[in-house]
Ligand binder design. Structure first.
Ligand code: NAP
Ligand code: GCO
Length: 275
């Protein structure tokens, strides 16, 4: 008899994680492979695709990667065709690829604004559009979007990123609304502050070893007083990709150590020595 844990398995599924050459995408790819899926990924750079493929291999994962910029509709269509020819139809898509520019809005060029919107919002539109018709044909599929605290909150310097992630929350709800009848579930993972390359500048210590004021601020906003780690997002990703979540649709699940539930505390209470 199949038990409850079997409904979290991804055996026989093909899962595509965009932007999985490092960071959260890599954690999602590894988690899906561990749960039984055939995993594929893309990134915008040949060197990084090769390095990631090698890193996966060393960890015992046979994960296929290729260069494909998520903002290039033709390249995405070619990538999807190649993957489907090689491994079969894509059952799971994680729109993970993302970039950020931290520039005050009035100093931001239109070009920088467009870059962020293109990768973080238009990319998920292009990639979802490329897999939805196949999912409809086969009777269902899962799409997971990389939302953010900035799907809900603003802050100084991240206008384009917040606009894109707020838009991605609504794209998530709209894919659910438009394609739920075809047994497609589209949900968002909304991480809090996680220690990856994207957020490394926010944790850099001063020349005297002092804690970055933004790092202190984030810890003061987080009940756990620490940053999250990529590993901690794996369980939610597998859940949202698996049959265990088949009646969850159009939701953004925040995985933020409690940031969005908490008013925060006096930053001077924060213990500098905690990692
Ligand atoms: P990251 O460390 O900067 O990694 C981003 C990934 O996206 C890389 O693999 C990068 O690969 C890829 N990428 C960037 N532009 C691309 C493009 N045009 N086409 C294809 N791939 C592209 O970011 P992360 O921290 O892992 O975050 C992953 C996602 O979660 C992002 O959408 C981010 O906004 C979101 N998020 C992160 C946090 C956090 O605290 N870290 C919190 C909330 C949400 P290449 O450079 O090789 O192309
Ligand atoms: C920033 C950060 C964030 C996080 C994340 C929060 O500069 O505020 O980079 O935006 O990466 O998206 O959930």
């Amino acid at each position: 008899m199949a038990g409850i844990l079997d409904s979290f398995r991804l055996d026989g599924k093909v899962a595509w994680v965009t932007g999985a050459s490092y960071g959260l995408g890599m954690a999602y790819a590894e988690a899906f492979a561990e749960a039984g899926a055939k995993v594929v990924f893309n990134s915008s750079d040949t060197g990084r695709v090769n390095a990631a493929t090698e890193e996966y291999r060393k960890k015992g994962f046979d994960i296929y990667g290729a260069v494909c910029d998520v903002t290039d509709e033709k390249a995405v269509a070619a990538f999807v065709k190649e993957v489907e020819d090689k491994f079969g139809p894509i059952d799971i898509l994680v729109n993970n690829a993302g970039i950020i520019r931290r520039i005050p809005m009035t100093d931001m060029s239109l070009d920088e604004w467009n870059k962020v919107i293109n990768v973080d919002l238009t990319g998920p539109f292009i990639c979802s559009k490329a897999v939805i018709p196949g999912m409809i044909k086969r009777g269902g599929g899962k799409i997971i979007n990389a939302c953010s605290m900035m799907s809900e909150f603003g802050r100084e310097t991240v206008s384009a990123y917040a606009a894109a992630k707020g838009g991605l929350k609504m794209l998530t709800r709209n894919i659910c609304s438009e394609y739920g009848r075809y047994n497609i579930q589209c949900n968002g993972i909304g991480p809090g502050y996680i220690d990856t390359v994207q957020t490394a500048p926010l944790r850099e210590r001063g020349a005297d070893g002092s804690m970055n004021p933004f790092d202190r601020f984030i810890r003061s906003k987080t009940p756990a007083q620490r940053w999250g780690h990529a590993e901690e997002l794996k369980g939610l990703a597998v859940f949202l990709a698996s049959p265990a979540s088949d009646f969850i649709n159009g939701q953004i699940i925040y995985i933020d150590g409690g940031i969005s539930a908490y008013i925060g505390q006096d930053p001077s209470n924060i213990d500098d020595s905690k990692s």
